[in-house]
Design a protein around this ligand. Structure first.
Ligand code: CTP
Ligand code: MG
Length: 355
């Protein structure tokens, strides 16, 4: 009987992996959608160049890191190469006015946000049944670099890494735990949790630690640093593909089941900080506990701690509230329970997960 159970569990894992691949494939953006978005980027770049001739408009976030789903929003970053330039708040106001005049987008400039951006929305049409949502920021070079880091991680083992990440993005959206504004976690936060798990929790690891690999040649301080942060990482993907062979042979289903188990009960939420750069750190050592003076707010900010890969003094999960974390952990437990319950058919388990 035990033998039979084992065989049926193995069959479930196999089927579930297959279901995950098929599920994720149909969620990818079509070539047409990507082409339209690239056209929009070019159009916006051309317009912005009428104000700042030396500017470039670059994609970051999901449209550039390999983790994009159908109809996901566009994150754009405007870099200005000339010396004297306006501050971000003034640029946001000017670019906002310009795009309001020259395009059909609904434009909302937010010059006083922590990171000043222009928000753009295009109404749905027959060519674009979901419209387009787009944010333009300025000089956010760290975001371009962390996008490149995620992209490198995605391309080391796309079958497992991309499938896990895309599934978790859909799952977290369907389960309504992907809204930093409402006290839960951003997609970027979930991606970092996956990479942390694959680099530092799985043994043997599925991914190498790109930020700790020895460089091929000496790197100067100037090359490796941006705004005082060390942004160096091993980014020669061709070489990595030749040299890095994980001895971890888990299927994507095994990994996902373990991921849910780990974050339901094993991760040290109260004391730990997940750092893809340095492994498990302590809240105490990073000063992310609580100052006696602002005990309330500091505590509320640091319920869940995920260190940004470059901006190491920034907690990517600082928007997650006490309730938010409770809900997120509840969802990890629910997912774990569904997958442990010896489901009849993999496809039904997957549907139930994303209900
Ligand atoms: N980002 C960041 N710091 C954060 C949140 C986001 O630097 N606290 C940057 C990252 O470069 C990230 C990008 O903003 O890749 C987009 O973040 P997010 O929208 O959370 O991720 P996406 O991959 O774009 O997911 P979605 O498809 O849900 O928009
Ligand atoms: Mg995005």
């Amino acid at each position: 009987q035990q033998q039979r159970r084992l065989v049926s569990r193995q069959r479930f894992i196999q089927d579930f992996s297959q279901c995950l691949f098929e599920f994720v494939i149909q969620l990818l953006p079509t070539a047409e959608e990507m082409a339209v978005k690239e056209d929009v980027r070019k159009l916006l770049e051309r317009l912005i160049r009428t104000i700042e001739p030396d500017s470039r408009l670059l994609s970051f976030g999901s449209s550039a890191n390999g983790f994009s789903l159908k109809n996901s929003d566009m994150d754009l970053c405007c870099l200005i190469d000339s010396g004297e330039r306006l501050n971000a708040a003034d640029l946001v106001t000017m670019v906002g006015d310009l795009l309001e005049r020259e395009t059909k987008f609904h434009v909302k400039p937010l010059p006083h946000a922590r990171i000043p951006i222009v928000k753009l929305n295009l109404d749905p049409s027959s060519a674009l049944p979901f419209g387009i949502a787009c944010d333009i920021g300025f000089e956010n070079r760290l975001a371009l670099e962390n996008t490149r880091l995620l992209m490198c991680y995605a391309s080391i083992d796309p079958a497992r890494v991309r499938t896990m990440v895309l599934f978790l993005k859909v799952w977290s959206k369907r389960r309504k735990i992907n809204s930093p504004y409402k006290g839960t976690l951003s997609s970027y936060g979930y991606v970092l949790l996956v990479i942390y798990f694959l680099v530092h929790v799985k043994n043997p690891p599925v991914l190498p630690n790109l930020q700790q690999m020895p460089p091929l040649r000496p790197i100067s301080e100037e090359e490796s640093h941006l705004n005082g942060y060390n942004i160096w990482f091993f980014d020669d993907i061709e070489l990595l593909r030749q040299r890095w062979k994980s001895s971890n042979t888990d299927t994507v289903a095994d990994l996902l089941i373990d991921f849910f188990k780990f974050y339901s009960r094993d991760f040290a939420y109260n004391t730990g900080v997940a750092s893809i750069r340095a492994g498990l750190l302590k809240k105490e050592d990073k000063g992310w506990l609580s100052e006696p003076s602002d005990y309330g707010t500091a505590r509320e900010r640091n319920r869940l701690c995920i260190e940004d890969p470059f901006e190491t003094d920034f907690n990517v999960a600082r928007c997650v509230t006490k309730d938010g974390l409770y809900t997120i952990r509840g969802e990890f437990m629910r997912a774990s329970r569904i997958l442990q319950a010896r489901p009849e058919r993999a496809i039904l388990a997957l549907a139930q997960l994303c209900e």
